[in-house]
Design a protein around this ligand. Structure first.
Ligand code: NAD
Length: 441
């Protein structure tokens, strides 16, 4: 495939070299004439292991560099935008992305034939759809989805390992405005290892995957530092030993059936965590830290976010009914997780409290925790049911709080009924019910 890449920094250059290695014809474009000249001499302007080997192999054959963006776009089928997106102290600075976009658009105006423009730079969700696409349309006078495609393909390479990461990616995220764009990206990445997971998503999701990945890593570092600072304030604790004790958990070392470490099951959005340990232990550590003069702001946020999730879950219903007065809702699952009768700190209770405040009429069911729940939340306004059938017999909505196996066929039982299905754990296939709602959708 003929590819042009705008921006020849860490991402653009490494991507270009690796795409050339995979058999594509690549032109790298940069505004820096020095950078372009050095590249055309097969000299890398940055140090990355293996990069100069790739340049020596491909420069002058399938890889070249130029300052002429227009010519590079005109003679290629796909253009990647890989320019910088710094944070300017207030917000993401899209100046370079939008300048490059306008230049690409101007080149497309003169070009005949279908072309795909792919954002590889890290951009905040919505940028590709709301900023890049309109800019391309206005500069080219053409229509996205008809005359050209727009994609978003975030980069996950890490400096120092860039060539290896790029040649052997752990995942390939293929974002696009339509199937045609994503299909083309799929073909472009065909030469890469067949078993690398490829995710076909819309552009906003692609953008978000990149930020979610980086934010998680940043959060883990700050989490470790918050605990390290607490350990130092308390005295007699070595955080290296603490983190070693955490890292040895089967959550990090084990493997699920899907081949992923079990910790990944915690990367699931929903109505919040409960149970006999997480809420009380995190809360106790926050207070202990405060007393030791150590701020626990990250863990405080953890609790605050968790306390808000039940309300967020109920808000999914207010999308359908501005007032929940008299709306009949079945709460399915009352234990804090499946396979236990423990209802301590179950998110089912704040959800039921919120619904009752709003005037909803509740039935509730749990395969094993029904009686524990009735004792913990003995509100006469809630009808606790002995069977799933009874709970969902006459309802307008259902909220699955705990994904017990018995609830697997609830979506099938709702077919043909006007019932809003709220998946409190994002456990079900969203296509199985007509009126599906879930956190983070
Ligand atoms: P960089 O600053 O190293 O390179 C950007 C290049 O773009 C520069 O050489 C600059 O001269 C060129 N440029 C700017 N405007 C141009 C234009 N209109 N036409 C042609 N060239 C132009 O940036 P980078 O580190 O490669 O990062 C690029 C993007 O990739 C950023 O959004 C970044 O967040 C993201 N990213 C970076 C890394 C990383 O490790 N560096 C990893 C993943 C994603």
């Amino acid at each position: 495939m003929k590819i042009s890449i705008i921006g020849t920094g860490y991402v653009g250059l490494v991507t270009g070299a690796c795409l050339a290695e995979q058999g594509h014809q690549v032109q790298c474009v940069d505004i820096s004439a020095d950078r372009v000249a050095s590249l055309n001499r097969a000299e890398s302007p940055i140090f990355e292991a293996g990069l100069e080997d790739l340049l020596r192999r491909h420069v002058g054959r399938s890889l070249s560099a130029t300052t002429d963006l227009d010519a590079a776009v005109s003679s290629s089928e796909v253009t990647f935008i890989a320019v910088g997106t710094p944070f300017n102290g207030h917000e993401i600075d899209l100046t370079a992305v939008l300048t490059a976009t306008r230049q690409i658009g101007a080149a497309l105006k003169r070009k005949t034939g279908y072309h795909v423009v792919v954002v590889k730079s890290t951009v905040v969700p919505g940028t590709t759809d709301e900023r890049v696409l309109p800019e391309l349309e206005s500069a080219s006078g053409k229509t996205a989805g008809v005359d050209f495609g727009v994609g978003m393909n975030p980069e996950f390479l890490s400096e120092g390992e860039a060539v290896n990461d790029s040649l052997f990616p752990d995942r390939i995220v293929l974002g696009g405005i339509d199937e045609r764009t994503i299909d083309l990206l799929e073909r472009l990445y065909e030469p890469f290892e067949a078993d690398v997971p490829r995710l076909r998503v819309n552009t906003r999701t692609a953008e978000m995957i990149k930020y979610a990945s980086n934010s998680l890593l940043a959060t883990l570092v700050s989490f470790s530092n918050e605990l390290a600072n607490l350990g130092a304030a308390l005295g007699g604790i070595d955080t290296v030993e603490v983190m070693r004790g955490v890292q040895l958990s089967q959550y990090f070392r084990g493997q699920t059936k899907g081949g992923l470490p079990p910790i990944t099951s915690f990367l699931n959005a929903g109505c919040g965590f409960g149970g006999s340990c997480l809420p009380k232990d995190v809360s106790a550590l926050i207070v202990h830290g405060r007393r030791a003069g150590s701020s626990m702001s990250l863990l405080e946020s953890v609790i605050r976010i968790n306390q808000a999730q039940p309300r967020k879950t109920v808000e999914l219903l207010t999308k359908h009914w501005p007032s929940l007065e008299g709306v009949r809702v079945a709460i399915l699952g009352l234990s804090f997780k499946p396979e236990t009768s423990d209802v301590r700190e179950s998110p089912a209770f704040p959800i039921m409290r919120e619904l009752l405040t709003k005037g909803a009429v509740l039935t509730a069911y749990d395969p094993v925790a029904r009686h524990e729940a009735e004792k913990a939340f003995p509100d006469p306004a809630v009808t606790y049911c002995d069977t799933l059938d009874a709970a969902i017999a006459n309802i307008d909505a259902v909220i699955v709080v705990t994904p017990w196996k018995e609830f697997r066929d609830v979506p099938a039982r709702l077919i043909g009924r006007q019932v809003v299905f709220v998946d409190g754990r994002r456990h079900f296939d969203k296509h199985l019910v007509a009126q599906y709602e879930g956190i983070g959708l």
